[in-house]
Design a protein around this ligand. Sequence first.
Ligand SMILES: CCC/C=C/C(=O)SCCNC(=O)CCNC(=O)[C@H](O)C(C)(C)COP(=O)([O-])OP(=O)([O-])OC[C@H]1O[C@@H](n2cnc3c(N)ncnc32)[C@H](O)[C@@H]1OP(=O)([O-])[O-]
Ligand SMILES: NC(=O)C1=CN([C@@H]2O[C@H](COP(=O)(O)OP(=O)(O)OC[C@H]3O[C@@H](n4cnc5c(N)ncnc54)[C@H](OP(=O)(O)O)[C@@H]3O)[C@@H](O)[C@H]2O)C=CC1
Length: 262
Amino acid sequence: MGQETIFAPQLFKGKTALITGGGTGIGLAISQLLGQLGAHVILVSRTAETLEKAVTDLRSENIQADFIPANIRKEQEVEEVFEKVSERWGGCDFLINNAGGQFAAPALDISANGFRAVVDLNLQGTWQMSSAFARMLIENGRAGRIINIVLCLKSGMPGMVHAAAARAGVVNMTKTLAYEWGSHGINVNAIAPGTIETSGLQQYDSNQLEQSINRLPISRMGKPEEVAEAAAYLLSPAGSYITGTTLEIDGGEHLMGATNQV
Ligand SMILES: CCC/C=C/C(=O)SCCNC(=O)CCNC(=O)[C@H](O)C(C)(C)COP(=O)([O-])OP(=O)([O-])OC[C@H]1O[C@@H](n2cnc3c(N)ncnc32)[C@H](O)[C@@H]1OP(=O)([O-])[O-]
Ligand SMILES: NC(=O)C1=CN([C@@H]2O[C@H](COP(=O)(O)OP(=O)(O)OC[C@H]3O[C@@H](n4cnc5c(N)ncnc54)[C@H](OP(=O)(O)O)[C@@H]3O)[C@@H](O)[C@H]2O)C=CC1
């Protein structure tokens, strides 16, 4: 039962973590691990049915789990998430900005609205969640941690110009907010996963994925649990002096040159 972990049981007892996209893939693995280590986990994404199923499964393992359906692209819905978190559970300690994604397309085939949709989700959505979270913490005089899940950016990402631009924005936002919010006791870090085995990969060309995986120093896909362990490290007392950094969990993919996704 639960995932294998190097961390001590009850490491996060008394902590509350909000995980966007917490009902699937990497987000679910993070929810599972933090919950298993004693945190109360609150899952946020658009699809109530997905969240409800994930929460039912987590609760069956005695994890304290709840969910709030919301679209992080919508400012009003983000505000309401934090109102509910404050009213129902008295706030939270950790925010994991994991919700995100994109479609693969050559730059010339991406419309203004397609570009905007991806930037809205990955950059604006992450900003809206971070800003509302930090305001809640600062009002309550409470310390906290943010982890932004980004993307292994390599030296350019043909086929993903919108996502690469948005995630590069989040990497710099991570550094800037770490600077601005350090004095409030808020550590802000990012994790850049490489190719991680989740259902989110179904939309990508499997031959191209296989080729790029074969070239990796560690030539296999990563597991969502491996990303979750890194998140637990950054949130744990071992991460107390780490802020503004981006940790690559990618089998060495960041050492490679650009690989085409279209
Ligand atoms: C190697 C891989 C590494 C990374 C792996 C992962 O990240 S795994 C994680 C994987 N998980 C995820 O990615 C999950 C999250 N991702 C998503 O929900 C979507 O990718 C989204 C962000 C585009 C939002 O979609 P939405 O429908 O809610 O958005 P909307 O209604 O606001 O705007 C739509 C605009 O976008 C355009 N458009 C859409 N598709 C295509 C296309 N294939 N082609 C061209 N264009 C496309 C569409 O035409 C329209 O523009 P138009 O016609 O009005 O000018
Ligand atoms: N798998 C991989 O190889 C890699 C993944 N990543 C990133 O890791 C993160 C998790 O991906 P992964 O688990 O693989 O794939 P998933 O597609 O399973 O995860 C995406 C999650 O984001 C949620 N989401 C999407 N749009 C919104 C929105 N507007 N508001 C709130 N939630 C939203 C989805 O839930 P719902 O549909 O219910 O809203 C879903 O749970 C993503 O940011 C992805 O880009 C980065 C590098 C590699």
